[in-house]
Each structure stands twice: as C-alpha cells, then as structure tokens.
Design a protein. Structure first.
Length: 595
C-alpha cells in the first residue's frame, strides 16, 4: 500500500503540467495570408495553421458513424464583401488507443487548413475583420478534456483597385506545397470522403428509399404516373430529362433545409446542450411517432396541397412537380427530416448538410422518377393495402426510439440507456410481429410479420445480454447539491466519477473497469456519485473548479471526513486491477474510522 500512496512527485508534476498545458496552451489557430493586401473582385488562397502540442491529439474533422466524439471544425461568419469559404481539412491519422479496440481519426503535430478568400467587387479600401469559431476537443492517449470553442479573427486588408497585390508566405502557397506529415484527401470544395462517410451516405440513401413505403408517399405514385402519362406526346425522347428534373426539384427543397441547418449549426448545437430543448425536440418526435399509430393524424391544409399539385408545362412542370412533393409528403417526412436536421446542425458543415439531404432526396425520388419515365412500370408495383399500415406502425416505433435517443444524455447510467432502447425494441417486436391486428390475406405478409418480430426480439435480447455478460456495474447516483455533505455526516467514503458521453476512455471504463466484480464489491462500501459533464451546466462547472478537474475520465476518492486523497486520484483510463488497488488504499486509511 505504501507504494501506492507514495506516488513520485515528479510524475504528479508531469501529469498536472500536461493537463494545465492542454487547457491553457492548447492548439491555437495561426492565420496565413497569401497577399499583403487584396484587390476587389478576386479570389485568393488563404490558410490556417494549427499546432497541436506534443503528446496531445485533436479529433479529426470527420467522425466515424456511431462515435460520439467532438470533431475539429473551423467556421466563419459570412460578410457581405469579404468571405472565407471552401475550407479543406487535411487527412487525419488513424490511431488505436491503448484502452480501446476502436480506431479513432486524429490530428497530431501541425495541421494546415486551406481555404478561399473571396473579395467582392463592392469591397471598399479598408481593413475587414472576419470572425470565426474554432471548435475542438483535446485528448491524450489516456484521457480527454472538455470540448472548447475559441474565437478566431482574420484581418483582411483591401487595397485600392490597381495596386499590385504582392505575394507573401510563398512556401505555403507554392504549387505542390503539402502539409507536413499528412496527405491531402480526395475532396470537393473542402469536403473529405472516406469509408465512414460513404457508409453514412449509403444509409441515408436507403432511408430515402424506405420512406417510399410510407402511406404519405404511396398515394403519390398514381398522381406521378398520370402527370407524366398525360404529357407522353410532349415528352417523347426527353423522358430521362424530365425524370431528372422531377428528382432535382425534390432535391433542391430538402438540400436548402440541410444547408440552412448547417449554417446555423452553432446556435443549434448550443441549444441542444440545453436539457429543456432536448426534451422539447424529443416530445415533438414522440408526438409525430404516436400519429403513426393512429392516435391522431397530421395533415396539411387542403389549400396548400391543392396548390402543390397544380401542374405546369415543359421542364419546369416536371421540376415543380418534384419541388412540391416534399410539401405534400411532409406529414410522413417531417419526423425524419427533423432528426437529420438536428444531426447536420450539430456538425455545422453546410457541404455535409447539402450532401446528406441531397442523397435523402435522391433515395426518396428515384423510384417515383423511374415510374415517371417508364411506361407500364406501375403495373409491377405491389397493390396498396393494409400492409402499408403495418409499415407505418413500424416507422412509428423508429420515431419512438429516436425520441428516447434525443434525451439519452439526460439519462443516468448506461444500463438505463441500453435498457430503455432494448425495451422499445422488445415492445416493437411483440406489437409488429404478434399483437398487430392488421389484416392482410397474403401468407407471405404474415410470415414477414413473424420474422420481423423474432428479429427485433433477438436484437433486444442481444442488447440486454451485453449488460448481463459484462456483469452489473457500480450503481452510480447522479450528483445533486448536498450529496457530498450527506456522505460526510454519515461517515461514508465517496467515489466520484467525472464522466462525459463524448469521452471514449470514459465509456471504455464504464464497460470494463466499473463492471469488474472486484471493483463493484469494493465500491459498495462507498457512496458512488457520478458527475455527467456531457452538457454544460453551472453545477457541473462549480464541481470542476472545486476539485480542479482538468479532463475526463477523472475518479476522485474522498475519505469519510470529506477530504480527498490526491495521490490516489485517477486522471486517465485505468484497468480494474489498478482502480481496485487505489480503492483498497483509501479503505485501509478509513477502516479505523468506519468501524
């Protein structure tokens, strides 16, 4: 035990120094101009250099699907005459951290972000200041620090017309100049493509295809066929063009939504850290989901529907037909569009927002577009019937799951989060597979219902078995004011876990270290308190300052008299054996007091 207590002072100084360096001397943005001054009416290259201190990591610009991490991002406000756009982030590096088998994309060393500086023709001779936001999360190979946002100010000197714009920093902007230590990804206007992105895009495309099975879309099939059938003589050899215009109209509507959500991503991201906003959005999604079960029906006013179905001639008629499809189908599309809008808003990338909603629109409009240009194809479609109502109920369960997922950061404990989602899957399995009374004469449909029910039930059992297999973890009590004082009055030691959903090592410890039977048994002598730092709160900030928390995961061990044994504090991912040794050490100190 003495070896545990006597942690070498030098090591503690290095650890605390690293944390302090990460929070006070973390990565900064250096603006690199290509000209001393800029002439109106031209585009110029501009760059931003980020130096990541040795031993620290930044998450990549693109996060793989399913990873609850904070991406590195740089955005600028759009001024009237001076705009910074088309930012290109370099390729990140794939690393596997010691505490997890999960591959994470990170930046190390020097990161060079390239962009375009647009000087409008109306720009006056002056110095403009463009404000931007640099958002990032610093991690080490063992722990992560809270996400941060810093303001970046770019001063741009606009020269009078005719004055020569002398180049500077030619080593950065010379042809073929590359960022040291990284290769440039395949990109279009700053958008980086990789395997994880393609999987996300494919999933959104398939989701768009699936939306064609909703009751709001299926009735549009005869409308679409009759619209193009009435113009068969007009279309002749131009069917493909009209079909493309039809899909393009739908894509424009939804893509504008995606770009708008991304451009307001800062406000949306901040709002989604507010528990009241999360609950409100969840309630809206739940209400829409319940409408799919027939509790109520959401309909647009007939005037809007009639206006949307009005026909026009030529290519514009086909384009307008697609443009209004999103309006007519809004009662079914709304919940899914809301969920995707929330996700895109959190990412804050307008190109990403455009791409996701464009792909969703292609998936939604492709079957109808094919029907529009293929004579006789409608005869091959399955007949409308009660099976559509069953699919509608299936989408209702998807929305119920989305509603719970929105408030996931507010739920205490991984067991509760997984348990609720598993319960929803099980309820959907019994409802859709065995209890639903939707009548359909087809034997195939009855088999599909049973197979779907069994599949959902197996998935739910698999989720719950993961909790059983990992063993019951420490039963954490969410922090509330006065709980530490109560433990002191009771003479109980306290173990405090500072945790966050975006912290990968925190989640790994939750799955392994905190589920170890030895650790769970030792922790039963403590009052186990968890402080969730996923979202910002005044109470959480007070605790961070009170205990001097530099990052997460951090585990604080407090004696029964309310004092902490700092030498036993955990400030990174540790094994169950290591944590058990530290807990035994604090128990050996408190045993005489707790008899």
């Amino acid at each position: 035990m003495k070896g545990i207590r006597a942690v070498p002072l030098a090591i503690m100084v290095l650890i605390l120094g690293a944390f302090s360096f990460a929070t006070t001397l973390g990565p900064k943005v250096e603006v690199i101009h290509s000209k001393e001054s800029y002439a109106p009416g031209k585009d110029y290259p501009i760059a931003f250099r980020i130096k990541v201190p040795k031993g620290l990591l930044l998450h990549g610009h693109e996060i793989r699907p399913g990873q609850m991490l904070i991406p590195t991002n740089l955005t600028f406000e759009r001024e009237k005459d001076v705009v910074i756009e088309d930012l290109q982030f370099p390729a990140s590096q794939e690393v596997k951290l010691a505490y997890s088998d999960e591959v994470v994309e990170v930046y190390k060393g020097e990161v060079l972000i390239r962009g375009t500086l647009h000087i409008g023709k109306g720009a006056r001779t002056d110095t403009y200041e463009i404000k931007g936001t640099f958002s990032y999360q610093v991690c080490t190979f063992e722990s992560c620090f809270p996400p941060r946002k810093e303001t970046v100010v770019v001063s741009v000197n606009v020269a009078p017309p005719g004055r020569p714009d002398r180049p500077i920093n030619t080593d950065v902007f010379s042809e073929g100049a590359k960022t040291s230590g990284s290769s440039q990804p395949v990109s279009i206007k700053g958008f980086r493509f990789h395997g994880g992105l393609w999987l996300t895009v494919l999933g959104i495309f398939l989701g768009g295809l699936a939306l064609n099975l909703t009751p709001c879309i299926y009735p549009l099939i005869p409308i679409t066929v009759s619209f193009f059938g009435a113009r068969s003589s007009e279309l002749r050899g131009k069917r493909m063009i009209h079909g493309a215009m039809y899909i393009g109209g739908l894509s424009v509507t939804n893509s504008i939504l995606g770009v708008s959500a991304a451009l307001t991503g800062g406000m949306l991201g901040t709002a989604l850290q507010n528990p009241l906003v999360l609950v409100a959005v969840s309630a809206i999604i739940l209400a829409m989901g319940l409408s799919f079960f027939g509790f109520w029906e959401i309909r647009l006013p007939s005037g809007i529907v009639n206006a949307a179905s009005r026909g026009f001639g030529g290519f514009f008629g086909s384009f307008f037909m697609g443009l209004t499809l999103g309006v007519v189908a809004a009662p079914c599309l709304g919940p899914f569009v809301l969920g995707l809008l929330t996700y895109v808003g959190q990412k804050g990338d307008p190109i990403l927002g455009f791409l996701y909603f464009f792909v969703l629109s292609i998936g939604l409009g492709l079957p109808l577009g094919v029907l529009a240009v293929s004579s006789g194809a409608v005869d091959k479609l399955p007949m409308s019937g009660n099976w559509l109502l069953w699919i509608k109920k299936g989408f209702g369960w998807v929305l119920v799951g989305m509603a719970v997922f929105m408030i996931r950061p507010l739920l205490p404990g991984e067991e509760l989060k997984v348990g609720i989602l598993a319960a929803i899957l099980a309820a959907a399995a019994f409802h859709l597979g065995f209890l639903d009374r939707t009548r359909e004469e087809s034997r195939t449909f009855q088999v599909i219902k049973k197979v779907a029910g069994v599949g959902l039930l197996i998935t739910a059992l698999f989720m719950v078995s993961g909790l059983w297999y990992g063993g019951k973890g420490i039963k954490w009590t969410p922090y509330r004011p006065g709980i530490l004082e109560k433990a002191k009055r009771m003479g109980r030691p306290v173990i405090i876990d500072f945790f966050a959903e975006w912290c990968t090592p925190c989640r790994e410890m939750d799955k392994t270290t905190f589920r170890d039977p030895v650790v769970v048994k030792l922790a039963s002598d403590f009052m186990a308190v968890r402080v969730d730092l996923t979202t910002r709160s005044a109470e959480g900030q007070r605790l961070v300052e009170r205990f001097g928390i530099r990052g997460v995961p951090t585990v604080v061990l407090i004696r029964p008299d309310g004092t902490e044994e700092r030498s036993l504090r955990v400030e990174s991912h540790v094994s169950a054996e290591e944590l058990a040794m530290r807990i035994r050490a604090i128990l050996s100190q408190t045993q005489p007091q707790t008899r």
